[in-house]
Design a protein around this ligand. Sequence first.
Ligand code: SF4
Ligand code: SF4
Length: 138
Amino acid sequence: MTSKKIVLKFPKQLGDKPVIYKLVKDYNLEFNILKAVIMPDEEGLLVMELKGTADNYKNGIKYLESLGILIQPLSKDVTRDEEKCTHCGACVTICPTFAFIVDKKSTPARKIVFDDKKCIACELCIPACPLQAMELHF
Ligand code: SF4
Ligand code: SF4
């Protein structure tokens, strides 16, 4: 039996397709959705635990990849270099899980707090940060 936590990034045109249903029906996989951010006409992001026999798991992943879905393990870690961050706020609206919070009470200026417990390592903030303060670790 294989069981893994993975992050799926869906291309725009797949947002309303029954992809997960097919994983269950055609590949006999069990799933547990941990987080989903899918909006009509936009890219989607799904964090899930996928479980099944090794062959079914492998074939299910191949099926997802054949649809153009990017898959990455959830074992990556994203951190912020506090010395580089200028609290510019460019990352705040990019993060699908709201891991950046504007601390309106901080002084002298509003600071951007990074809550790493909310981070699902989708990597969207990494190119968005003009100071390269967000770092990906394997
Ligand atoms: S985009 Fe980069 S520099 Fe700006 S607040 Fe976010 S982490 Fe800090
Ligand atoms: S990698 Fe960046 S954008 Fe993605 S969930 Fe983590 S903090 Fe948010």
